[in-house]
Design a protein around this ligand. Sequence first.
Ligand SMILES: Cc1ncc(C[n+]2csc(CCOP(=O)(O)OP(=O)(O)O)c2C)c(N)n1
Ligand SMILES: [Mg+2]
Length: 317
Amino acid sequence: MEVPKEKLLEVYRQLVTARRLDERLIAEYSKEPFGPYIHSGAYQEVAPVVASLLLGKKDFIKLHHRFGYCQHAKGVPLKEVVAGEMFRKVGPRKSLEFKDYAPEYGLLGKSGSLGEDVPIYTGAALAQQIKKTGGVTVCIFGDGSSSRGPIHEAMLVAGVWKLPIVYIIINNRYAVSTPVSQQTANTRLSDRALGYGMPGYEVDGNDVLAFYEVCDRAIKMAREGKGPSLISANTYRIYGHSFGDSQTYRPKGEAEEWRKLDPIPRYQKLLIDRGVLTEELAGRIEAEVLAELEEAVKYGRSLPVPPVEDLARTAFD
Ligand SMILES: Cc1ncc(C[n+]2csc(CCOP(=O)(O)OP(=O)(O)O)c2C)c(N)n1
Ligand SMILES: [Mg+2]
């Protein structure tokens, strides 16, 4: 498939932004009184970033807890994403709301309980179908989440009603400490699509072009009213589940092997080989991203930390 040069570069810039944001948040969080509360999405950026970039204004996306950076790829200004990730007040909105809820960008919020939001977003796809908005919904969740009941029920009904939705499993091999092989006897998660009556794609989640191609095909199919798809993007969670995870369950050397498969240098090399990117342009993109991030962090730090009472207010309002 022929992806336009501008799109290839946009993906590159967003991947670099995602990685630098992730690293910066780890550094910023360690200065917070509550410590580095981050579920890092490093090395797993390809599927969420590409899916976000393939969507437009009228499309919805349910992000997974590791991929806050995709809000920017979906159109949210970086400084607002950073302020949200830093748990600061953002504009006129209620304090913590922005983090996962910005309907004008197609972000309808998400639940802390894994899987519960997938039937809700499946309902959003039903609304798109009934109202004939021409929009599609993308639902991103992890391998562990994919083993939960609400997600199976949502995919079953989406298959029957041919909803305009794409389900993407980020198979990063673990749900906290539980490897995929302890969740299911068939670790080829896309095989489940057969039971839901939709196409299933098993794809290298660290290969930008491979993922781009299947995701683009699945979104187009949904947009043309031909129903849902299930994509399983295979990747790896390089860091612990969150910081403070002792990671004693990992086989020795496993993370080091996956580190060699970092999707960003791999994609950078591909673009340079194709003459789309030069070392010089890559350096310029890196500098621009870091400068934009610096401004965003400054903005986040300039906002007050919300009062504790806001926790309950935003939960129940
Ligand atoms: C219903 C429910 N059970 C348990 C948890 C605690 N929990 C948060 S993340 C997580 C693991 C999720 O694994 P996966 O879906 O593979 O996503 P990953 O963290 O690997 O990105 C668990 C068990 C939760 N939030 N909700
Ligand atoms: Mg996982």
